[in-house]
Design a protein around this ligand. Structure first.
Ligand code: IMP
Length: 464
């Protein structure tokens, strides 16, 4: 069970050294544990924030979700889109871990690895043998379920996520380690195949054409190709933790998509919050930590659910275009809306956020005054916290405070602000940030002003 050896490449080394200089001048050392989670509905820019810290860590770990995630990282002029592989892959130092809480589509993972290799990057990747595997019948069933659930569906990414997690809980799921044990794999696949295909054909009356034998052979071959990465990674991480190694955890999706704390049933099927890092990796991490909630300066959402601050029309179109708000995984246009502090307060509490990383403030520049939702009005009553009731959420109307916007930034202005730090931000941005901090009782420690690693402002609170 070996690991792909990293080899230096221009894509890896040159932007890395730029970043290293920026970071050394602007930040105190990371603690042993840092968790990066989505504080909204996913797509907040977690990939960039993870990448920003990854070079200083020994392990960068995904602990939930699967190829429904799409993390975009920009390194110089190169853009990378990752679905399974942690965003730390562009550095030599960390081992990238796909933990046991992640669900894996081997075909997509192999494509991801091949695409990275083509661009000169050989990930130091390790995959938990306990991570569950997505099969084509999960994908087929995902489509059937979305149709069946109608207005109660989440608008899934169609990647088979709900059915694979369901199979895991039914206890006839198939794990990465099973693909390396042909007898066990055959025994388990027979059960899972018969169960899932009979639901597709009998309940949903849809065809499923792939035969058992073909599927078995194809997935056994995937197992062979991925075998070098499959490892008892739980033990290695536990030993690393004991030895004082530094960990960075990268969540997928966001708090409002968490299967318990999100807007159920319009959620994903995994636990997306910081509390899941131990269960999703197999190590009882119990030390103090930074928990960074990544939030856009506005809100986006792909899929179906109530969305109290949603906006449509010309302003929404401009925001979508400027922010390039199209799904990384599905290409769907994202719904857009004003920043929602009811949502962000919940993210602070549920995750135990120690700080917020605010992304895409540059996208709001030049758009005039900005609304921020401070509460919901539901049947004439004002609430400042997130209701669990779907009925109430369908009726929730945003209560806004309007803050002055800020003028457009030129690339040179962004460069100057990032070099100058928080003090160089326009006053309106500082007021926007101060308002978020007051309302959420959580400091904003990072402000991202563009997709590139270097377009990042670090607050003095972390430099002291
Ligand atoms: P699933 O995770 O594909 O089952 O989709 C369930 C819900 O989560 C849908 O509303 C999806 O649009 C949403 N979702 C899943 N992954 C992501 C993501 O990475 N970003 C944003 N939304 C996501």
């Amino acid at each position: 069970m070996s690991v792909g050896k990293s080899s230096p490449s221009s894509a890896k080394t040159s932007p890395h050294s730029t970043l290293t200089t920026t970071k050394r001048s602007g930040r105190s050392p990371l603690p042993q544990l840092t968790v990066v989670v989505g504080a909204q509905w996913g797509d907040e820019g977690k990939g960039k924030i993870t990448d920003y810290f990854a070079g200083d860590c020994d392990f960068v770990v995904r602990f939930q979700g699967g190829p429904n995630a799409g993390h975009t990282i920009m390194v110089g002029s190169e853009v990378y889109k990752l679905h399974h592989i942690p965003s730390g892959v562009f550095y030599d130092r960390p081992i990238s871990v796909i933990g046991c809480g992640v669900v894996i589509n081997p075909a997509i993972l192999l494509d991801e690895l091949a695409a990275l290799r083509q661009r000169g990057i050989t990930p130091r990747l390790k995959i938990s043998a306990r991570a569950h595997v997505i099969f084509p019948y999960h994908v087929a069933l995902d489509h059937c379920l979305s149709g069946h659930q109608g207005p109660l569906a989440a608008g899934s990414t169609g990647r088979g996520i709900a059915p694979v997690y369901a199979d895991k809980m039914y206890r006839h799921g198939i794990r990465m380690g099973d693909l390396l044990e042909p007898d066990i794999f055959a025994e388990k696949l027979r059960r899972a195949y018969d169960f899932n295909v009979s639901i597709i054909e009998t309940i949903f009356r849809k065809p499923f054409t792939e035969q058992y034998d073909d599927l078995y052979r194809r997935y056994l071959a995937f197992g062979g190709q991925l075998a070098p990465y499959v490892a008892e990674v739980e033990r290695e991480m536990a030993e690393g933790y004991r030895a004082g190694r530094r960990f960075l955890f990268e969540a997928a999706q966001g708090m409002s998509l968490d299967v318990d704390h999100g807007l159920y049933p319009h959620t994903t099927s995994s636990t997306t919050i910081a509390g899941h890092i131990s269960a999703g990796t197999g190590v009882g991490f119990n030390g103090s930590r930074r928990v960074i909630g990544v939030a856009k300066a506005y809100v986006t959402r792909v899929g179906i659910s109530p969305f109290p601050t949603e906006i449509t029309g010309e302003f929404a179109e401009r925001l979508r275009e400027r922010g390039q708000e199209y799904g990384t995984t599905t290409g769907r246009p994202r719904r857009v809306g004003h920043l929602d502090l009811v949502q962000l307060r919940q993210a602070v509490d549920v995750n135990g956020l120690t700080e917020i990383a605010l992304t895409k403030s540059d996208v709001l520049a030049g758009l005039g005054d900005l609304n921020i939702c401070v509460a919901y009005e539901i049947d004439g009553a004002i609430t400042h916290s997130m209701p669990s009731s779907l009925r109430m959420m369908r009726k929730a109307r945003p209560v806004y405070r309007t803050l002055p916007g800020w003028p457009s930034f030129s690339p040179a202005a962004i460069e100057a602000i990032c070099a100058g730090g928080h003090g160089s931000l326009p006053d309106e941005v500082k007021s926007y940030i101060a308002f978020i901090e007051e309302e959420t009782h959580c400091p904003v420690s990072l402000i991202s002003l563009g997709p590139d690693r270097t377009c990042t402002v670090v607050r003095p609170l972390l430099e002291s």
